[in-house]
Design a protein around this ligand. Sequence first.
Ligand code: FAD
Length: 468
Amino acid sequence: MDQRRGYDLCVVGAGSAGYAAATTARSLGRSVIIAESRAPLGGLCILRGCMPSKTLLSSAEVAHVVDRAGEYGIIAGPARVDFPALMARKRRIITEFADYRVDGIETFPLVRGDVKFAGPQTLTVDGEDIGAARFVIATGSITNIPAIPGLVAAGYVTSDEVLEFDRLPESVVVLGGGPIACELAQYLRRLGCRVTMLQRSRTLLSREDGDIGATLRNALESEGVHVVTGTALQSAEVTKSGKRIWYEADGRRESAEGGEIFVALGRRPNTDDLGLDVAKVEYESGGIKVDAHLRTSNPLIYAAGDVVFDSTQLVHVAVNEGQTAARNALADEGLTIDYDTYGARAVFTDPQVAVAGLTEAECTRRGIAFVSASFPFDDLGKAIAIGATKGFIKMLAAPDGTILGVGIIGPEASDLIHEAIALLHFKANVRDVMEMPHLHPTLAEIFTYPAETLCERLEHERHVLVRP
Ligand SMILES: Cc1cc2nc3c(=O)[nH]c(=O)nc-3n(C[C@H](O)[C@H](O)[C@H](O)COP(=O)(O)OP(=O)(O)OC[C@H]3O[C@@H](n4cnc5c(N)ncnc54)[C@H](O)[C@@H]3O)c2cc1C
């Protein structure tokens, strides 16, 4: 028998979700084969996403700290950027991550080429059939390029190219104001680039409550990023000195010019050319439709990661979905994911942004009663001591004191948010936060302040704080 036939599971795509699905299948003692395109192996996170971006952001942060050294009584700076060395560091680190992951992927049977479904239970790679009892589609996402007249002719870059620049442009116009746009805009600015951001919504990070986006805007503007919100992009053109984007804002036609146009308007699920119609897998431009068990409209086929309809596009979610899809596909475990907890997210700007559980907007949308309290980092001893006072924490609780959500914009928010994730996971009450020790002086102490306010307020209003 052809060795490629008769697998328990075939995973399509070996990124974070696909690799997690494959390793889970193997841990269940089942046979698994991976079908991949001809693109470099390793997945978005390692090759062109989280890891290269965070590696570069860390270089920009060092430059920023050196520039601020005088504030701490240290003579250094101004920082000078050795861009080739900065990129060489990123390449070295990413090569190590990628090599390690490729070694892991290559422990599985792997077929590479033009991957397509030829029927509801048959996948072909370069025309050759791969028979498997179940499939997990994990083909990720691709950059969303809007149809702006003149954009293609003018030329543009995406995050892929920004992470690979071989020289730093003097100026960049960033289209978008989501996490990737904000992170890379600050990175470019801190290395000395002039940056203009054009955001369609009224605030940056429009998925989060407006106070977070407004605080981040202030922080970016204080470093010299020019932020324009409420824009409608109209057209692009080449000028003598660079590229120009025309847009409308507050009823006026305006333009922004830069050496490069960086399109950071999100990513769309990668469903192209997979033969999903012949596989009887329902999908639309928002991605592959799945039920709560990540099963598609074809009961033999599951989907995980960025390719899923309306996905959160986060690595920890992709990994969990890959594991969950494999378990459900192979062992029929009927597992589901609590996206309210799992949808916790971070943006690695400075100050960082991190949110766990529900936002105020989401509570309002769902009709959930809540009270909220916030506390600024510029009143917190540790933040003052380390000179990182921008931002605040906001805690949301139900009238019985159960914590519903936490939003943080401030130093180390991406790590601090794990206390919130634990509180939400254990369905904790604001009084629990008061009873837990918080060491002094730490950034984590900031949790106690909104919790105290909420305790006092809810007790004053004679609500009974439930015990978990
Ligand atoms: C600049 C940037 C920064 C980011 N930063 C963060 C961050 O800090 N934190 C975070 O949580 N997330 C971050 N993300 C998002 C994160 O990288 C993705 O959510 C995650 O990597 C998605 O994993 P995936 O397995 O769904 O897709 P991918 O990792 O993209 O894997 C898809 C795989 O499918 C393969 N494939 C594609 N088409 C086919 C085909 N037709 N046939 C077979 N195989 C195919 C690809 O080659 C790839 O190996 C970032 C993204 C970007 C772009």
